[in-house]
Ligand binder design. Structure first.
Ligand SMILES: *Cc1c(COP(=O)(O)O)cnc(C)c1O
Length: 431
């Protein structure tokens, strides 16, 4: 059987078992382009359509249940029905929605987040995208320079996406694209553009770009070169802050000038934040005559402030963070041992609780390595796991939530073994 034949069979099986999903997709297409309002969730011929979720289980509208390993692309760290989060939301509701005023909860939450992630000052937004837009603007105003340096393969939000160059819907920043984990090429670019560069921005582990950790040497070079030249170093920790109790930068022992946060820190509500060095953040102090404005109707919404605080201080404690990431490390090693055992061209990259599966043999360290994957094999794996009752992202991404236990990870290993056995002849190193 060829890859195309296997994929056609898997798609036919997927479609046949989901009549209600197919019907809703038709209705959706009439009112949303392609039936979709969040690109990453789409998968051809149509995506699964969830009905409800509880703990680590998600049900689709056709009644299939799945072990949820997507974990809302890392935002769903608390699982689907944490009672403490529900209680926090209820508390916030009782005080009234959207107060349109400063309130106490935002202070308590800001204290918790700044302490946890070593930030002098913080401001809240509604999404990680906005947090990065504002952090870049802060850096440009602070340095009075125009250019920014993201990494090829980096993702900082819908308007800050850099895969095969800048996305056509990106905000029109003047960008110098650097190469992730390529010390010499990137150093040369920084030196070349130093006088115009306001900021270097990157994820200390590429998340959407394939769960590829930065090398310590690469981050050390960036810290040294930016500090020397007055360039603001921004770490986008929207995903990676969950990989260490104080964020991934603490694990690398590198302090950027600004950090951006998002996803799980809002306790499952929409959330973003940017913060860091006092001199940069103070530009937004509205009591100053020259203050930079920073708007956002829902920036201090009570649901996010309350659920986020409960999650960070009572559930995702430092101990819980360490334990979850240890579980992820064990799983990633077990996956790689399994694939090696069968000599299958399949491997897992990542750190701690975030993992991406790549149907590739040989090292996967830079974005261009991950690009070598045959997208048809990724789809086949995605569809095969769905059929076995396990939901991962089609790109191979998984984020373990706190309610994914050892029986669940054992189940994934079993399902991967079935996949490898069935399609072993397709998982061969390409010449
Ligand atoms: C998800 C993500 C963002 C964007 O956050 P949104 O809340 O979806 O706008 C930014 N950076 C990284 C690294 C992300 O993973």
């Amino acid at each position: 059987m060829t890859i195309d034949e296997a994929l056609n069979d898997a798609i036919a099986n997927f479609v046949a078992r989901r009549p209600k999903t197919a019907a809703l997709h038709e209705r959706a297409k009439a009112v949303m382009p392609g039936g979709n309002t969040r690109t990453v969730l789409y998968s051809a011929p149509f995506p699964i359509r969830a009905e409800r979720a509880e703990g680590s289980t998600i049900w689709d509208v056709d009644g299939h249940s799945y072990l949820d390993l997507v974990g809302e692309y890392s935002a769903g760290i608390y699982g689907h029905s944490n009672p403490r989060i529900h209680k926090a939301v209820a508390e916030a509701l009782a005080q009234g929605l959207n107060l349109g005023a400063h309130h106490a909860r935002e202070v308590v939450f800001a204290e918790a987040v700044t302490k946890r992630f070593d930030l002098d000052l913080i401001r809240f937004t509604n999404s990680g995208t906005e947090a990065n837009m504002m952090a870049l603007a802060a850096a440009r105003c602070f340095t009075k320079r125009k250019k920014i340096m993201p990494m090829e393969g980096g993702y900082h939000g819908g308007t800050l996406y850099f895969s095969h160059g800048a996305s056509p819907v990106n905000a029109p920043f003047d960008c110098v694209l650097a190469r992730f984990n390529d010390i010499e090429k990137t150093r040369t670019l920084i030196v070349q553009h130093a006088d115009d560069l306001a900021a270097v921005i990157l994820e200390p582990m590429l998340g959407g770009g394939g769960c590829l950790p930065a090398t310590p040497e690469f981050l050390a070079m960036l810290r040294e070169e930016t500090a020397k030249r007055g360039i603001v170093l921004i770490f986008d920790e929207v995903m990676s802050s969950r990989l260490h109790p104080k964020g991934l930068s603490a694990q690398y022992r590198i302090q950027p000038d600004l950090k951006t946060l998002g996803k799980y820190i809002g306790g499952g509500m929409s959330f973003g934040a940017f913060g860091g060095k006092r001199v940069i953040m103070e530009q937004f102090d509205p009591s100053r005559p020259d203050a930079l404005p920073h708007a956002g109707t829902f920036n201090n919404n009570t649901l996010t402030m309350t659920a986020g605080h409960a999650g960070l201080t009572e559930i995702f404690t430092a101990e819980a963070c360490v334990a979850l990431n240890e579980r992820g490390e064990t799983l990633r090693h077990a996956i790689n041992d399994l694939c090696m055992g069968y000599q299958a061209a399949l491997q897992a990259t990542g750190m701690g609780s975030m993992i991406t599966l790549h149907p590739i043999a040989g090292p996967v360290v830079k974005p261009e390595d991950a690009e070598r994957a045959d997208k048809r094999l990724k789809r086949l794996l995605y569809l095969d796991l769905l059929d076995q009752g396990i939901y991962i992202a089609e790109r191979g991404f998984m984020a373990l939530s706190l309610v994914v236990g050892t029986p669940d990870t054992q189940r994934l290993l079993g399902a991967l073994e079935s996949f490898i056995k069935r399609y072993r002849h397709l998982l061969v190193a390409s010449a």
